[in-house]
Design a protein around this ligand. Structure first.
Ligand code: PMP
Length: 407
C-alpha cells in the first residue's frame, strides 16, 4: 500500500485529540513518554477481555494463548532490533531495570578496587547511578568522557580512556536532553578491540531511528517500551548470548528455574533465567502491538520525517529573541532543549501548559549535563513523527506570548 499521509497518523492516537486549558493539545514531551496508538490500547484490552491468564505455567487454552502472545512480542522486538536470537532479549520493566540487571549480574562480579567504568557527560541518571553504586561496593572508579560545547562526545578522549583498567563502558545512543546521536558503531569497534564490554542506553534511539544491535556491535542494549509507543512498565535488555549464559540471575523466584530442591536449584536458560515472577503480560502484548504499528509506518521513514521536522523546528526556535538552544550536534534526534533569557524553565513550561503545550522542564534526570551547561534546568520540546509543522508554528506563537509576559 502507498504510505499514508503523515497527518493521518494522528487520528490513531486518541489522546492527541484532547484539549488542555481549552486549547488543542500540542504534545511535545515525547522523550518523557510517547502517546499510545489505539492498536496498543486494543491489544491490552483484548488480553484482559479474552485470554487473561498467566504465562509459561498453565496448559489450559487461555494460558497457552497468553503465553503465545507474550512470547510473540519477544520475537517482534528481537526482529525490530535485529537480535541474533530471540533468547538474547530479556524483558524488563524498562531501561532502568535493564541497566541495573547488567550492573548487578555482569559488572559487580567483575569489578575490583581500582577498576574503571567509563560513561559520558551526557548520560541519564539511569546510566550513572547504577555504576556509582557498583563503584561504592567494589572500590572501582567511574570515569566521565567529556563533550564539546555543542553537545558532541569527544570521541578521541573517550578512546584514550579505554585503558586495561576499564571493565565496562556505558553510553547513551541518543541523549534525552540534547538529542545528540552518539557514534555507537565506532565506539563499539574500539571497545571490542580493547576487550571492553559496551552497554548502550537505547531509550531515546529506538523510537526514532533504525536500531540493529548486531551492526552496532555493542554488548548490551537497554530500551524502554513506553517511549516506543507501548505501555509503561515494559522494556528490554538485549545482550550477547555468551554474556547472558555467564551472568548469574538478578532476581530469584518462579518462572526462572528448571528445577528447585533444597539441595540446589537449576536455572532456566536465558532469557527466562532473568525473568522471575509473573511479568507485565498485558504490557508486553501491548509493546508487540506498538512495534507492529511502527513497522507498518517504517522506522526509516519515521527517521527521515523527524529529521525534516527537527530542521524546521530548529530554524523556528532560532527566530525567537533571547532563546538559547542547548546541543547542536550535527547528528541529532528531534529534541530541543532551550531557555529564554531571564525566564525560569518551570515558568516557561507552566505558562506553555496554559496554551495547551506539553513540554518538560527541569534537569531531565541529567544533573551532570546541566552542570556542564551551567544551568539548573532547561525546557525541552521533544517531537515525534505525529507532530506537525503547524504545531511547531503554534508552539512558537505560544512561546512568543509567554516570552512577552515573562522576559
Ligand atoms: N535513559 C534515557 C536516555 C532516558 O531518556 C530514560 C527515560 N527518561 C531512561 C534511561 C530511563 O528509562 P525508564 O524510566 O523507562 O526506565
Amino acid at each position: 500500500p502507498a504510505p499514508r499521509d503523515w497527518s493521518s497518523y494522528r487520528a490513531d492516537f486518541p489522546q492527541l485529540a484532547r484539549q488542555v486549558h481549552g486549547k488543542p493539545l500540542i504534545y511535545f514531551d515525547n522523550a518523557n513518554t510517547a502517546q499510545k496508538p489505539q492498536s496498543v490500547i486494543d491489544a491490552v484490552e483484548r488480553y484482559y477481555t479474552q485470554f487473561n491468564a498467566n504465562v509459561a505455567r498453565a496448559v489450559h487454552t487461555l494460558g497457552e494463548e497468553a503465553t503465545a502472545a507474550y512470547e510473540a512480542s519477544r520475537d517482534t522486538l528481537a526482529r525490530f532490533i535485529n537480535a541474533g536470537s530471540r533468547n538474547e532479549v530479556v524483558f524488563t520493566s524498562g531501561t532502568t531495570q535493564a541497566i541495573n540487571l547488567v550492573a548487578y549480574s555482569f559488572a559487580l562480579p567483575r569489578l575490583s578496587a581500582g577498576d574503571e567504568i567509563v560513561v559520558t557527560q551526557m548520560e541519564h541518571h539511569a546510566n550513572i547511578v547504577p555504576w556509582q553504586l557498583m563503584c561504592q561496593r567494589t572500590g572501582a572508579v567511574l570515569k566521565v568522557a567529556p563533550i564539546t560545547p555543542s553537545g558532541e562526545l569527544m570521541v578521541d578522549r573517550f578512546l584514550e580512556m579505554l585503558t586495561p583498567r576499564v571493565k565496562l563502558a556505558a553510553v547513551a545512543h541518543v541523549s534525552n536532553v540534547i538529542g545528540t546521536v552518539n557514534p555507537i558503531a565506532e565506539l563499539a569497534r574500539a571497545c571490542r578491540s580493547r576487550g571492553v564490554p559496551l552497554l548502550v542506553d537505547g531509550s531515546q534511539a529506538c523510537p526514532h531511528m533504525p536500531v540493529d544491535v548486531q551492526a552496532l556491535g555493542c554488548d548490551f542494549y537497554a530500551l524502554t517500551g513506553h517511549k516506543l509507543f507501548g505501555p509503561t512498565g515494559t522494556g528490554a535488555l538485549w545482550a550477547r548470548r555468551e554474556w547472558l549464559e555467564e551472568m548469574p540471575p538478578f532476581f530469584g523466584g518462579g518462572e526462572m528455574i528448571r528445577t528447585v530442591s533444597f539441595e540446589g536449584t537449576v536455572f532456566a536458560d536465558p532469557p527466562h533465567k532473568f525473568e522471575a515472577g509473573t511479568p507485565n503480560i498485558a504490557g508486553f502484548i501491548g509493546l508487540g502491538a506498538a512495534i507492529d504499528y511502527i513497522n507498518a509506518i517504517g522506522i526509516e521513514r519515521i527517521a527521515a520525517h523527524e529529521a525534516e521536522l527537527l530542521a524546521y523546528a530548529t530554524a523556528a526556535f532560532k527566530q525567537v529573541p533571547g532563546l538559547r538552544l542547548f546541543g547542536e550536534a550535527p547528528k541529532k534526534a528531534a529534541v530541543l532543549s532551550f531557555l529564554i533569557e531571564g525566564v525560569h524553565a518551570h515558568d516557561l513550561a507552566t505558562l506553555l501548559d496554559h496554551e495547551g503545550v506539553a513540554v518538560r522542564s527541569g534537569h531531565h534526570c541529567a544533573h551532570p549535563l546541566m552542570q556542564f551547561f551551567g544551568v539548573p534546568a532547561t525546557a525541552r520540546a521533544s517531537l515525534s513523527f505525529y507532530n506537525t509543522r503547524e504545531e511547531v508554528d503554534r508552539f512558537i506563537v505560544a512561546l512568543e506570548k509567554v516570552r512577552r509576559l515573562l522576559a
